[in-house]
Design a protein. Structure first.
Length: 399
């Protein structure tokens, strides 16, 4: 076989992709073992039947041919109006390109702003695909460490230091954050915006969880002074409307960048299915009730989780303010996040994600997805805490 490209061979940096516990849990389920899966960021409800009915109708009406490559006008306009209403930043359809989910948007955004070999900064802990996405765009991912005691918020001074040291081209941030649930406050975003302006960085702002805020408020950094011309916002229907399988996402940015991204789209996926885009317009036009209905279980379960965790003191929760996860500090057990997750799966048949799957900063932590029904979640968390307590007692005894 002729040699493969370095780009494809090094996509996962030769290391693990961090999903081992998830795959092992799926294997156990396939072999008939009952496992409580708190791993992947996917709702336990499916896409609303009204959205599916509309999708079906539009497909039956013939919208099954090639759709407009930049995205259908109605969807680009609907999104532009929505973004303008939420942020106050003037936004037109020309500022929007539709992509195959937020994931393709992240890749396209880095392709648009990074030269091969450029450094692309991102914050650690991070959504597991970030480094591979950046490497896929032939750029060099550099993770910026954060600390659990700062709720994993980035320190703008540290970002500035690394931006200067590496001569970085871009900074990728994510608020509300996966995996930590942290929502960046205005002061952090203003600090980061200042760093971007001072160091002439592109800001890629992943806001796919912007409808899932439990505390504080979501601020899109594109709305900060001087940021409109250097920010690419990543959005998606996946989390807000439980449409993960529909693969509808977008980038909002300067018209000039969007033009180039349309060229990229022409030469890659050639658009997103028209009847699915029609369904996305329909879903967005439902207004708040539908996205509130999708978000509500996570709001409820996050409160439930914090109540259960407050009743013991071995496992500590990072103050989750948004998104569908809670991040737990299990360092009192003496184990790494990975060893704890492996042991929990074996001993209690509960699957969680090791913090290390999301970068070094989250070592000694685990991420719990709030994606099973309330009673099962409560049971799993109580068992998890009891398990952690046994390990912590043993660790103390051994030292
Ligand atoms: N960004 C973050 C932070 C995510 O958690 C995800 C999915 N888990 C994505 C982007 C991509 O989502 P999608 O491609 O389904 O829009």
């Amino acid at each position: 076989m002729p040699q493969l490209s370095t780009r494809i061979r090094t996509l996962n940096s030769g290391g693990s992709d961090g999903w081992e516990v998830f795959y092992r849990a799926r294997q156990m389920v396939a072999a008939g073992t009952r496992v409580i899966e708190l791993t992947i960021g996917e709702h336990d409800i499916r896409t609303h039947p009204l959205i599916l009915d509309h999708m079906h109708e539009r497909a039956r009406a013939g919208h099954t041919g090639y759709a407009s490559v930049p995205g259908i006008k109605a969807l680009r306009e609907t999104l532009a109006q929505r973004v303008e209403a939420q942020t106050g930043v003037p936004t037109k359809a020309d500022n929007v390109v539709i992509t195959a989910g937020g994931q393709a948007a992240l890749f396209a955004a880095h392709i648009a702003v990074c030269q091969p070999g450029d450094t692309a900064l991102h914050i650690d802990p991070y959504y597991a695909t970030y480094p591979g996405t950046i490497r896929g765009a032939s750029a060099k991912p550099v993770a910026i460490a954060t600390r659990a005691r700062d709720a994993f918020l980035p320190d703008p001074a540290e970002v500035a230091r690394l931006a200067k040291e590496t001569g970085a081209r871009s900074l990728l941030i994510n608020t509300p954050n996966n995996p930590t649930g942290t929502v960046y406050p205005r002061a952090t975003l203003e600090g980061l915006a200042g760093v971007c302006i001072e160091n002439d960085l592109w800001l890629i702002s992943d806001e796919v969880y912007d409808t899932q805020i439990w505390e504080g408020e979501h601020l899109s950094p594109r709305a900060l002074p001087g940021m409109q011309d250097r920010t690419l916002v990543i959005g998606s229907m996946s989390k807000s409307h439980a449409m993960t399988g529909s693969r509808v996402g977008w980038i909002v940015g300067p018209v000039e960048v969007i033009k180039h991204l349309i060229d990229l789209s022409t030469n890659t996926n050639y658009g997103v299915p028209g009847y699915i885009q029609d369904a996305a317009v329909f879903a967005l036009n439902q207004g708040a009730w539908l996205q509130d209905e999708v978000a509500e279980p996570f709001r409820r379960r996050r409160a439930l989780a914090l109540d259960i965790l407050a009743a013991q003191n071995t496992v500590t929760a990072i103050p989750s303010q948004g998104a569908m996860y809670v991040m737990l500090d299990i360092r009192a057990t003496g184990l790494s996040g990975r060893d704890f997750a492996e042991a929990l799966l074996d001993a209690r048949h509960i699957a969680v994600m090791p913090g290390e799957s999301f970068g070094n900063s989250a070592a000694g932590h685990i991420r719990v997805a709030l994606t099973v029904d309330d009673a099962l979640l409560a049971q799993a968390l109580r068992e998890l805490c009891a398990f952690a307590e046994t390990l912590a007692e043993k660790a103390q005894h051994d030292t």
